[in-house]
Design a protein around this ligand. Structure first.
Ligand code: NAD
Length: 475
């Protein structure tokens, strides 16, 4: 098995990566720097033929990669993580340019590239037989990526797919194609041709992956609406799907919290990455005995948040990533204003903004059927409501078709955990805002997804169960 090499890695030229080679295209598109509104570098749009060639490349690479011992696959993954770390400065620059996120947060995303786990096997034995439950790779997988965390969400699919012996073709979001394509290009230094590939392109190319007869699984992260289309299209070939979709996370603040300590943390949960996080806090329920004081602390912290360019070290938040999302988020501000809701942290002057910047704000106690409570804004605006009855607030928190994340804050951890167990969400955080990690499966209840990624269960989602029943005394 000889690792392939692309000729040179330049961080201002972007290619599809097919069969270990850089490949351009007659059709191109480009991202837009959301902090400046300027067009970024050209990116190729992959054709049907490019995708078919990538699938053929993966099919060819698959048998040898599947049979490569797990320890060797792990070793190569760790080498790959080192290689990416060696280019962390260039990757951070690219990530800032395509997403607008402040440099220190882009650095954290680039720093989170490693993460390897064990694949379990189980055995069962009685007098008659021994049963070996093993897990084998699926074959060629497709990874479809959104624009909010273009690098870590790509790596979060590539690492478990190839660790478990699959080959994977990554399709980045057309809004943020740069770091995903470059990460896959770097991977050619380490892995054999066809094991990790990338095709640049738009939504139509994503749809082509979901119908391709030789792709065994789609790991999709994105909106609920698109997730449903992916599942429907994948049904035609009974592809396995993992769907990581949107959410409307509730954060419940119990009466015994340390207000000064907890209020800024709750704000961070809502406004991390300018609220453009699937598991950002999107509804905040504060016990009515502390509502006024807690909200005041949240407002104080929110007003201190600096929003601006990635390069200014003081900025906590960058812009909204693209103009489509910017317009969508502005709709939530306009709706809240039109309905006369109270802007607790002030109403930002969005019209004067250059780039897609929005100063974050808090909507004080809008009605439960308001848009800002019922829908996912995916931007820096969050509602708060008081509560007095625990059962009632739990049912308010669960009153949604989504169930991705949730938070419970309280000094009595046992009590907070009891509440956490009642919340219908894939990941519930006690005394922290939402921080998913590769050490545990991450997935959604209800319409927030199917299956999950990361953790041992996430690894198994890239596998077929393969059970060998061996009967004794029959030979
Ligand atoms: P999106 O659904 O618009 O796009 C995601 C990806 O799907 C893009 O690469 C896009 O090109 C592709 N795509 C579009 N139409 C397709 C189709 N018919 N078939 C196949 N692929 C298609 O989502 P987005 O706007 O990029 O991301 C924001 C959404 O993603 C939010 O709702 C957010 O909550 C969700 N999200 C979820 C998670 C999670 O892990 N659960 C993480 C990040 C974002």
């Amino acid at each position: 098995m000889s690792p392939s090499k692309v000729s040179t890695i330049e961080f201002d030229k972007f290619y599809n990566i097919i069969n270990g080679q850089q490949r351009g295209s007659n059709e191109i598109h480009h991202g837009v720097n959301p902090a400046t509104g300027q067009e970024l570098w050209d990116v190729p749009i992959a054709s049907d033929k490019d995708l078919n060639d990538a699938v053929e490349g993966s099919k060819k690479a698959f048998p040898a990669w599947r049979d490569t011992p797990l320890e060797k696959r792990k070793e190569l993954l760790l080498k790959f993580a080192d290689l990416c770390q060696g280019h962390s400065e260039e990757l951070t620059k690219l990530l800032c340019a395509e997403t607008g996120k402040p440099k220190k947060f882009a650095g954290i995303e680039v720093g989170g590239l490693a993460g390897s786990l064990k694949i379990p096997t189980e055995t069962f034995e009685d007098d008659e037989k021994k049963i070996y439950t093993e897990y084998t790779p699926l074959g060629v997988c497709g990874g479809i990526i959104p624009w909010n965390f273009p690098l870590i969400l790509s790596v979060g699919k590539v690492a478990p797919a190839i660790l478990t012996g699959n080959c994977i073709i990554v399709k980045p979001s057309p809004f943020t194609p740069y770091t995903g394509l470059k990460m896959v290009e770097l991977a050619q230094e380490i892995f054999p041709p066809g094991v990790v590939q990338a095709v640049g392109g738009n939504n139509e190319l994503g749809a082509l992956l979901t119908t391709h007869p030789d792709i065994a699984k789609i790991s999709f992260t994105g909106s609920i609406a698109t997730g449903k289309k992916v599942m429907e299209a994948s049904a035609k070939t009974l592809k396995r799907v993992t769907l990581e979709l949107g959410g409307n996370d509730a954060s419940i603040v119990l009466p015994d919290v340390d207000i000064k300590k907890v209020a800024p943390e709750v704000v961070m949960g809502a406004f991390q990455n300018s609220g453009q996080v699937c598991v950002a806090t999107k509804r905040i329920y504060i016990h009515d005995s502390i509502y006024k004081d807690f909200l005041q602390e949240m407002v104080n912290f929110t007003k201190s948040i600096k929003v601006g360019n990635p390069d200014d070290g003081d900025n906590l938040l960058g812009p909204i990533q693209n103009s489509m999302q910017y317009e969508k988020v502005k709709g939530f501000f306009a709706d809240s204003k039109a309905k006369g809701y109270k802007f607790a942290a002030g109403e930002p002057d969005i019209a004067s903004s250059k780039g897609f910047f929005i100063q974050p704000t808090i909507i004080d106690n809008p009605p439960s059927d308001s848009r800002i409570i019922a829908e996912e804004p995916f931007g820096p605006i969050v509602p708060t409501q008081p509560w007095s009855d625990l059962e009632e607030v739990i049912s308010r928190a669960n009153d949604t078709n989504t169930g991705l994340g949730a938070c419970v804050w309280g000094s009595d951890v046992e009590k907070a955990m009891k509440v956490a167990r009642r919340l219908e969400a894939g990941s519930v955080f006690v005394n922290s805002w939402e921080k998913p990690t590769p050490q545990a499966i991450f997935g959604g209840h209800k319409e927030s997804g199917i299956g999950g990624e990361w953790g041992t269960t996430g690894l198994l989602a890239f596998c077929n169960a393969h059970v060998i029943h061996v009967y004794k005394d029959k030979n």
